[in-house]
Design a protein around this ligand. Structure first.
Ligand code: NAP
Length: 350
């Protein structure tokens, strides 16, 4: 690509917004030209508006960029990465799509819409074609594409490998979700220190539905949801980054743990999604150690984009059980959105 595509970040000061800034630093295709946030931040240089808390340094080019309002009139770019709260995204994202922007959203507002792709390119890159239908339905020159909630991400990549090899009927899953998943400043320290909180509003419904869309087939009438029954328990734990999910599954054809491990090791992203700049290398990793994956040790595998699986063993209730891990603000949010935008560009749909 000879010239870089201008992009903006909406919600640039938040937990996911900061990840966008870090991951877009030196991106080969995209150049950040605008940063937007709430009235609290508008008019201030980014460095002042945002309390930077990533270990990576705040990119130099971003320090003095003045934060603008999250409106199409205030921004001149081709792609907007949305890290807005869902209630706000609901009203704003269609305005951007109408005005010709491609909106790559982390918010849950449009994930369930029949003509909106819910994408993990290493799982369902072909679903991006829904954009054509979406543009026809709304008369938009722009579009909205979404990535799933951060708990479904690593889980769905692992389930896809098993679904392709053996079929998939049921999944019973229990999450242990990191604090950064609740945004910044997130859960009060007095609530989470020395504690586990066995409730995350709206999360179980998302984990029980979103993988079915991503594991579904794209047909002429849109995505046919995968016929898989899900039951999810979601929990907040005192980990900074990295969502762990313990899963038990019933497969279409019974498989041994060794066969399942082989399917995970051999899994490859669809060809169109393999060599994009943010493509996880590899898409899936299986760890042999009996006590892995662990968030602190394994979340940065493949620059935080790889999904990690371990502890594959027989399940006395269903067929097999295992553990997955993925980085929630990288693969589960900003990195995932950037990967989606790269697929959009590659497919000539921008
Ligand atoms: N955290 C994760 O792991 C994760 C993963 C997947 C998806 N998501 C989704 O991504 C979105 C962002 O999450 P987050 O965790 O980054 O939240 P967050 O840390 O609370 O950040 C929210 C951002 O939105 C901005 N904002 C708030 N009200 C606004 C307004 N009226 N107009 C314009 N901007 C406004 C904030 O700006 P100010 O600083 O100016 O207030 C801030 O930049 C949410 O929809 C969330 O569900 C999060």
């Amino acid at each position: 690509m000879t010239s870089q595509i201008p992009v903006a970040v909406l919600g640039a000061t938040g937990s996911v917004g900061q990840r966008f800034m870090s991951l877009l630093d030196n991106h080969p295709w995209f150049k950040v030209v605008a940063l937007a946030a709430s009235d609290r931040s508008v008019g201030q240089p980014y460095e002042k508006a945002c309390r930077w808390y990533l270990a990576e340094p705040l990119p130099e080019w971003a320090r003095d960029m003045v934060v603008v309002p999250a409106t199409p009139e205030a921004i001149q770019a081709k792609i907007v990465f949305s890290a807005l709260p869902a209630d706000l995204a609901k009203g704003l994202e269609p305005q951007f799509a109408q005005a010709g922007f491609a909106v790559c959203s982390n918010a849950s507002s449009y994930r369930r819409d029949a003509d909106v792709p819910l994408l993990l390119p290493e799982v369902n890159a072909d679903h991006i074609q829904l954009i054509r239908q979406q543009r026809q339905n709304h008369g938009w020159s722009g579009c909205i594409l979404t990535n799933p909630n951060c708990t479904s991400t690593g889980l769905t990549v692992a389930l896809k490998a098993l679904q392709d090899a053996f079929g998939l009927k049921k999944a019973f899953v229990v999450s242990l979700q990191a604090l950064s998943g609740a945004g910044y400043p997130g859960v009060p320290s007095m609530d989470i220190a020395d504690n586990v909180i066995p409730y995350i509003g709206g999360e179980e419904e998302k984990v029980e539905w979103e993988p079915r869309k991503m594991l579904g087939k794209l047909g002429v009438a849109g995505v046919e949801l995968a016929e898989v029954k899900f039951s999810a328990h979601t929990n907040r734990v005192a980990v900074t980054d990295g969502h762990t999910v313990c899963a038990s599954v019933e497969l279409g054809l019974e498989a041994t743990p060794q066969q399942a491990i082989q399917a995970i090791r051999e899994y490859q992203a669809p060809a169109s999604a393999r060599s994009l700049p943010s493509a996880p290398q590899p898409a899936l990793v299986y760890r042999d150690e009996s006590d892995r994956p662990q968030p602190r040790l394994d979340r940065m595998t493949g620059k935080g984009m790889t999904s990690i699986v371990g502890r594959m063993r027989p399940d006395p209730l269903l067929h097999l059980k295992f553990v997955t891990l993925s980085h929630n603000t990288i693969r589960g949010a900003a990195g995932g959105s950037i990967y989606n935008a790269e697929l959009l560009v590659q497919e000539g749909l921008l």
